[in-house]
Design a protein around this ligand. Structure first.
Ligand SMILES: C[S@@+](CC[C@H](N)C(=O)[O-])C[C@H]1O[C@@H](n2cnc3c(N)ncnc32)[C@H](O)[C@@H]1O
Length: 289
């Protein structure tokens, strides 16, 4: 006969099942996160963080890290920018490593980590995600099998476009693209090539994630030159067709940005949408053991 589960009562949080294999959440908290969309209004960014053109909010990443890891788990962000995932992981007592190509963003991460007092190991390293394995080895993380990867790669050439929002950033002296370096995946000219190169990076991520671990990619379909490029969909498809390194696509969660102002796009002329949502794609590594 099956032994009865001894739940732990955590008051308002609900009841925690000690047999929970994935996270430290109660059943009530678990269900809440499984909704396929969410509205998130992040707090205003500080001067350092605003320099980066596409930082995601810590509060958003925190919800994902809390769902896909337990305390003391290991989190990786291969495109870590100003370190939002690292800060979120540290605040949740998870260990984390971030890889960032640009010194200026890596330095912001380091500054933010130094100003925190994390109990866990949280580190930003400089390098290219194209050499992911080597960069991790060189920084002493070669033996780590990560529990979870959460990241937001450049949205192809989206930052190159001189649209209204970019014009505003330019006038304020803020970055409108990451760098001119060829290693920067945001500088790949052709869309199809971008999709392939991005998948090659996630082949490497596959190698350092533990089996049955999850990967979340925050990305979007993007409007460019009068048409929509289905970057989020192509990201989902491309990662599931990588031979032995194929990811299993589990779901999408849609981040609704209802705090973004509407801009008069194409008015009285033609359809141009105000795209106020992003995709959080959830994959899993599932190999037969
Ligand atoms: C969308 S941003 C990530 C922002 C980050 N989540 C944050 O909150 O600050 C993408 C980042 O990828 C970096 N990047 C581009 N190509 C890279 C590469 N080959 N290896 C590592 N980082 C790269 C860019 O410099 C940029 O900071």
């Amino acid at each position: 006969m099956n032994k009865k589960t001894e739940f732990i009562d955590l008051g308002e949080r609900g009841r925690y099942n000690p047999k929970n294999k994935l996270n430290d959440l109660t059943g009530k908290e678990w269900i809440k996160f499984t909704k396929s969309w969410f509205i998130h209004r992040p707090k205003k960014r500080n001067d350092d963080e605003i320099l980066h053109p596409a930082k995601f909010p810590e509060s958003l990443v925190k919800d994902f890290i809390e769902f896909f890891t337990k305390t003391n788990g290991w989190v990786l962000d291969p495109f870590s920018g100003t370190g939002s995932a690292l800060i979120a992981a540290g605040e949740l007592n998870r260990n984390a490593v971030g890889i960032e190509l640009q010194k200026k963003y890596h330095s912001i991460s380091e500054k933010r980590i130094a100003a925190s007092n994390f109990r866990s190991s949280v580190k930003s390293v400089m390098g290219s995600a194209f050499n992911l394995k080597k960069v991790l080895e060189q920084n002493g993380f070669g033996e780590i099998k990560f529990d979870y990867v959460i990241t937001s790669p450049p949205y192809w050439n989206q930052l190159e476009r001189n649209n209204i929002r970019q014009k505003d950033r330019k006038e304020k002296g803020l970055d409108t693209f990451y760098s001119a370096e060829p290693e920067d995946i945001g500088n790949v000219k052709e869309y199809e090539e971008f999709i392939e190169k991005q998948a090659q990076i996630f082949d490497q991520v596959y190698g350092v994630l533990k089996n049955r671990g999850y990967l979340t990619i925050i990305t979007n379909n993007i409007y460019f030159n009068g048409r929509l490029y289905p970057l989020a969909y192509d990201t989902a498809i491309s990662l599931t067709r990588r031979g032995k390194k194929s990811w299993i696509l589990k779901d999408e969660k849609i981040w609704l940005q209802d705090d973004k102002p509407l801009i008069a796009l194409g008015i009285n002329n033609a359809w141009v949408g105000n795209r106020h949502h992003q995709y959080c794609l959830i994959f899993r590594k599932e190999e037969n053991e």
